[in-house]
Ligand binder design. Sequence first.
Ligand SMILES: Cc1cc2nc3c(=O)[nH]c(=O)nc-3n(C[C@H](O)[C@H](O)[C@H](O)COP(=O)(O)OP(=O)(O)OC[C@H]3O[C@@H](n4cnc5c(N)ncnc54)[C@H](O)[C@@H]3O)c2cc1C
Length: 371
Amino acid sequence: MKIHDVVIVGAGPGGLGCAIRAVESGLSYVLLEKGQNVFQGIVDSYPRGKKVYPTIPKSLNGPFPIPDLEPSEANEPVEEYVAKIDACVVRHGIDIAFNEEFQDISKEKGRFTVITKNNRYTARKVVLAFGSNIPIDLGVYGEAKTIARKLDNTEEHIGAPTLVLGGGNAAADVVSTLSKAKRDAGDQTPIYWGHRKEQFKVNKEVARDLGEEILLGGNIKILLSAIPKIGEVDEDGVDRLLIQTSQIPLGKGVDLQQGMSFPMKHVIACIGTQGPAPIYEQLNLQMITCTGGICRIGREGAKLILLDAHYQTSIKGIYAIGGAISPSYIAVEEKGSFQEVKHPNLIFTAIRDAQIAMADIVKRMSKRPSA
Ligand SMILES: Cc1cc2nc3c(=O)[nH]c(=O)nc-3n(C[C@H](O)[C@H](O)[C@H](O)COP(=O)(O)OP(=O)(O)OC[C@H]3O[C@@H](n4cnc5c(N)ncnc54)[C@H](O)[C@@H]3O)c2cc1C
């Protein structure tokens, strides 16, 4: 198996910045992106036509460390900015491994193996640049492997009942888009829209699109108080999700539960995002819990990652940068003391972090005895 100098997780401004620095420094790298585009996080989270600002925090000085990634002073719309970044990827000869969703890291003999849904990559260093929007888990066995978080390909669901989970705009959007695709294909199989609460929370425009879909004959079935319970593999080897749809107490601690079971490949869970703390916990990266007086930015109870001056985590060789360490982290100083550091979540900061982390990696790699 090839051993890379560095595996970079996430092709946003931070991850792309790292890859550009790797190329310039002659380091071998793999840039993993769970989506199908560079800057997928930005493509997914910015409203259409949103102006992109080249904001530099007051506490830091410009210029942009990698000028090619700087949003223009004219505040171009996000579509133009992303098109410019596409061209920049080609110009810098950056390879991106798309549809590679990071899952875990193992360490053996000083090398890291980064595990994605489909592959394993071995490297001497790892940079975590996966941003701040990590999907919330349903908390059932097998979900990471099979349950989608957004509607990637409507075709995959034509001809099969589909379960969409979530009570907000994202879930509602998926329901109406999929319903239209099914109608257009003459497919009568239902879309079940499940939410663990008793009310959906969607804005007027989304509600209007949904209403239109239902009037036009969309086969949408609503499941309220629908609670994901169990992930299991059935006798045919199919990963399935069991959701509880009702629970009737029969007395003396006995309940009558009813539910439905769906193949996980036809489940789309749009149940929101959270910060990356659970991933850091899974990777055993040291964090500090904000309690009275320790943090000014982090909320009471929030877990903040511990980093050195080059964004190296408590596991030497693993770095974390950009949105993944915003809005604040705990800096460990050389004397061993530590303090919370404000870290604005901006394109500039992500690219600046990339520059600092990669400079440290290049320095350490050049000290490495040649093999
Ligand atoms: C609505 C909105 C408007 C904004 N406007 C501005 C602005 O005008 N100017 C500005 O400077 N900043 C703005 N920001 C902030 C800016 O977008 C972020 O600071 C910046 O994108 C952070 O870069 P990043 O590389 O750390 O993370 P991201 O841009 O989030 O990139 C992370 C990448 O990692 C990928 N990823 C996530 N999980 C995985 C995984 N498990 N495996 C593989 N890949 C993964 C994602 O798909 C994504 O492509 C805005 C943010 C939002 C939400």
